[in-house]
Ligand binder design. Structure first.
Ligand code: ZN
Length: 135
C-alpha cells in the first residue's frame, strides 16, 4: 500500500512538472513571435508584412509622389531598406530591424518602417473570453 502511494505521488509529480514545462515552453515560443512590419509613406500605412510568414526574400519599392524611392527587403524576422535615392541614405545605413519597437526612418522620402509585436497578454485575454463563453 505504501509503495503504491509513493508511485502515485511520483506519477503526479511528473505530470505536474510536464504540465509546467509545457506551459513555459508554450509561453516562450509565443512571446514576441508576432512581428508585423508596418510601412508608412507620408504618414499613411501603405503596407504591413507579417515577418514570420515571409519566405525567402520579399523585395518591393515604395515611391513617393515626387518620384523618389526606397527599395525595401523583408526576410523572415527582419526588414531593411536596401536602396534609396535620398541624399544621405540614413535609412539604408540604419541596417535591418528585427525586434518589435525597431524603427527605420527616411526623412527626405517621408518613409517610416516599424515593427509591431503582439503581446501575449492579448492572447490570454482572448482565451479567457472563449473560456467564459463555454458554459
Ligand atoms: Zn533615406
Amino acid at each position: 500500500m505504501k509503495k503504491g502511494d509513493k508511485i502515485v505521488g511520483i506519477v503526479l509529480l511528473i505530470l505536474v512538472l510536464l504540465t509546467l514545462s509545457a506551459t513555459l515552453v508554450y509561453k516562450k515560443i509565443n512571446k514576441g513571435t508576432e512581428h508585423i512590419a508596418v510601412i508608412k509613406s507620408d504618414g499613411k500605412v501603405i503596407k504591413t508584412i507579417d515577418l514570420n510568414k515571409v519566405v525567402g526574400q520579399q523585395k518591393f519599392t515604395v515611391k513617393t509622389a515626387s518620384g523618389h524611392f526606397n527599395t525595401i527587403i523583408a526576410t523572415k524576422d527582419s526588414i531593411k531598406v536596401k536602396d534609396a535615392d535620398c541624399l544621405h541614405k540614413e535609412c539604408v545605413k540604419s541596417g535591418s530591424i528585427e525586434e518589435p519597437g525597431g524603427i527605420i526612418v527616411c526623412l527626405p522620402n517621408k518613409l517610416m518602417i516599424s515593427i509591431d509585436g503582439e503581446k501575449i497578454s492579448t492572447k490570454e485575454e482572448e482565451n479567457k473570453v472563449i473560456d467564459g463563453g463555454t458554459f
